[in-house]
Ligand binder design. Sequence first.
Ligand code: SF4
Length: 408
Amino acid sequence: MKKEETKRKTSEEQFRIPNSEFRISNAERRTPSAFGLYFHVPFCAAKCPYCDFYSGRDLSLIPAYVGAVKDELATLRRVSPFVTEDVRERETASVYFGGGTPGLLPPETLDELLRCVRAHFNVDPNAEITVEVNPTLKNREAFFASAAAAGVNRISVGMQSAVEAELKALGRRGSPSDVAETVRAVRAAGIGDISLDIMLGIPGQTPETLRTSLDHALSLLPTHLSIYILKLEEGTPLYARRNRLDLPDEDAAADLYLFACRYLAEKGMRHYEISNFCFGGRVGRHNLNYWRCGEYLGIGPAAHSYVDGKRFFFPRDLDAFLAGEKAVFDAPGGDSEEVFMLALRTDTGVDLPAFTSRFGLTPGRGFYETAAAFEKNGLLVNGGGTLRLTDKGFLVSNSIIAALLAAL
Ligand code: SF4
C-alpha cells in the first residue's frame, strides 16, 4: 500500500464515529411549524477584521443587556405589535444563543436566562439548546458545567482553521489546541452535540491546508460541521485590505468547497444544507427550522424574527435595545418564492407536488425544461418529483433558484 493510502486509511479509522453515536432524528421530521427562540449576544472581547456581525466591546453593559432580555421575555413590549401573547403557547423546539460571543456571559447567566425562557414560553423538554463559543473562552470547565446544568445540550465552536498562518490572516485569537481543549471541556461537562465552524477561502488557503483543518476538526469527533466561505464585507478592515490579500479566486474557492464536500462525504458526514454537515441525524435543528420557513423569535440588537407571516428585526443598536426601542418591520414572509429558495438549500430539497399544491401553482413546460437543463449539467437532481441541488449546484444556488423561479 502506498504511503498516502496508508495515511488515509489511518485517518479514516481515527475519525470513524461509532454507530452507537448515530441517531435517527425524529426532530428533523417535525413539521415546518417548529418554533425557535434566538438571542443575539452583542459582545466580543475583540473584533475580528472580517466580521460584520453586530457586537461591541463594552462588557460592562452585559448586566443591563441580560436585564433587558429578561424584561422582553416577560413583557414582549419591544416586539409588539408583531407578536401577541399566544406566541408563548407555541412549542419551543430550539433555543439558540448566538452573537457576538455568548461565551462572554458569566456562567450563571445562561441558567438565569433559560429559567426566564421556561417561565414565559412553552419549551419542549427535549428542545435543542445551543450556545456559540470561541476557543479562547475563559474558565471553560466552569462555563460548560454551568451551561449543562442549565439545560444547554449543544455547543458551536468558532474554530475557522487549524493552520496558524490562516488564523493570523483572519485576525483570530486562539490556536488549534484551544479548540481541542474547548471540545474536551464541552464533552467533560456531558454536552454531546458539538459543532465546529470552519472557513473556506482564507488568504493563502489551499486544499492541503484545508485538509489539515478538516482533519483536526474530525479528530475531535464533532457531531456537526459548518463550513462557510469567507465573504469580504464592506466596511470591515479585511475588506479595506482586499487588494493586498492572497485570496483564492472564485474558481479556487469553488474547488475548496467541492473538496470539503467530497472529503466529508468520505468520512460519513451528511451534507444536509449548503454550509452544514452532520454525522447521523445530528442536524442543527434551530437553523434547519429557518430553512423550513418555520417561525422564530429573535431577541437582542440585530436579532431577526419571523412570526405569523411577518419578518421583523431589532436595529443594530445596543443602546436603543436597552432603552426599550421596539423591533421594526422588515417584510412579509413565507411566500412560495421564499419557501422554494430555502428548501433548495437543503438536501431534502423541494417536494414539487406538495409545494405546487400548497401554493396553487402549475409549473409549465418551461419550468421542467429549465430543471432538465440544470440536471444535465450535474447541478440538480429530480428524483421522482423532488428537486435537490448537487454539491456543484449548491455553489451556484442563487442563480439556479432565480432561473427556476422565473420559469415557474
Ligand atoms: S467572528 Fe465572532 S468573535 Fe469575531 S468579531 Fe465576529 S462575532 Fe465576534
